[in-house]
Ligand binder design. Structure first.
Ligand code: UDP
Ligand code: MG
Length: 306
């Protein structure tokens, strides 16, 4: 059986066309399937729409979370509740073309445990989103292991063995793309074109994307922490050489007053550097703190049907 996982947050507008397209694609493939929708604390009628669909079609199941936990948590819930031999997370807004599922399943039958959908054309995203995404992948892959494949979202096929492996990763700060990559397994890529959203609006504002990027980097790399050792080392060595120079110059030329400008510059520079370093420390300490509380990633209010 195939499990289609769909996190939904305020998606009442797109859900009818989502079900129509996904179900017609899945019926053509002629493999048994379930569609697992997670209502991530939507404020509109998403839950009502989902429940009505679930009553109509026994292959649709709904997990209702107690509030908005974010896409990563919603996806985790869907993975935990899925029972398929292969699972496919997909966005509700049809930006991930369901038609690709047939190819994914074909690759899966060929023996791949992970089939990634790779976005070749992201012109439906804004210029800013594309450039910042590119920068993020550069930085992340430079300092973190394992590398995450560029322009690959959550839309992918994963074999049951991958899902079971992911079930063991219970960290609270979750960056799913990183966790997926961390799990490994035999992987292949297939290309697709990213479509614009069918309707509704994006839930990922600039700030939320920034938080996600910080999440990704701090979850998989400690380079930002250790970097300060080297920065500090280089700056201290320069400061030492400069101090030596001043000392010798004072011995030779005597005391002089000028130097106010350079002094202020240095104070500001080092003040800024220290704050930056403390901020990065804070980011990691904060993460250790939330992790140490061992709170569940999400809370389920109800599951339909049942
Ligand atoms: N989503 C969610 N919880 C959230 C934010 C988003 O479950 O807190 C879901 C949303 O309903 C959609 C998917 O995550 O199915 C991707 O969101 P969106 O299309 O807004 O992101 P974008 O494609 O713009 O990056
Ligand atoms: Mg989208």
């Amino acid at each position: 059986m195939i499990s289609i996982l769909c996190p939904c947050y305020n998606e009442e507008e797109v859900l009818p066309s989502f079900f129509e397209r996904v179900i017609s694609v899945m019926e053509e493939i002629s493999e048994p399937f379930e569609i697992l929708c997670v209502n991530d604390g939507s404020k509109d009628n998403t839950l009502q729409v989902l429940k009505a669909k679930a009553d109509e079609d026994k292959r649709i199941k709904v997990i209702d979370l107690s509030r908005n936990f974010g896409k990563e948590a919603a996806l985790t819930a869907a993975l935990d509740y899925s029972s398929g031999d292969a699972v496919i997370p997909i966005d509700a807004d049809l930006q991930d073309p369901p038609e690709l599922i047939a190819t994914m399943i074909q690759k899966w039958h060929e023996g791949y445990e992970v089939v990634l959908a790779h976005r070749t054309d992201r012109s439906s995203d804004s210029w800013l989103k594309r450039t910042t995404a590119k920068m993020f992948y550069r930085v992340h892959n430079f300092i973190s292991t394992p590398r995450i494949p560029e322009n690959v979202g959550d839309f992918r096929l994963m074999d049951r063995c991958v899902v079971d492996a992911l079930g063991h990763l219970r960290e609270t700060n979750r960056f799913m793309k990183g966790l997926f990559a961390w799990a490994g397994f035999r992987t292949c890529l297939i290309d697709y074109r990213r479509e614009p959203r069918v309707s509704g609006t994006t839930k990922f504002s600039g700030w939320r994307l920034w938080k996600l990027a910080v999440e990704g980097i701090t979850s998989f790399s400690t380079t930002p922490l250790t970097l300060w050792f080297y920065v500090g080392g280089v700056i201290s060595s320069c400061a030492f050489l400069y101090g030596l120079y001043i000392f010798i110059r004072t011995l030779i030329q005597g005391v002089d007053v000028p130097g106010y400008a350079s002094l202020v510059c240095l104070i500001l520079f080092f003040g800024g550097l220290e704050l930056l370093g403390i901020g990065i420390l804070g980011e990691y300490v904060g993460r250790t703190y939330t992790e140490s509380k061992r709170r569940p990633v999400y809370i389920v209010r109800d599951v339909y049907p049942e």
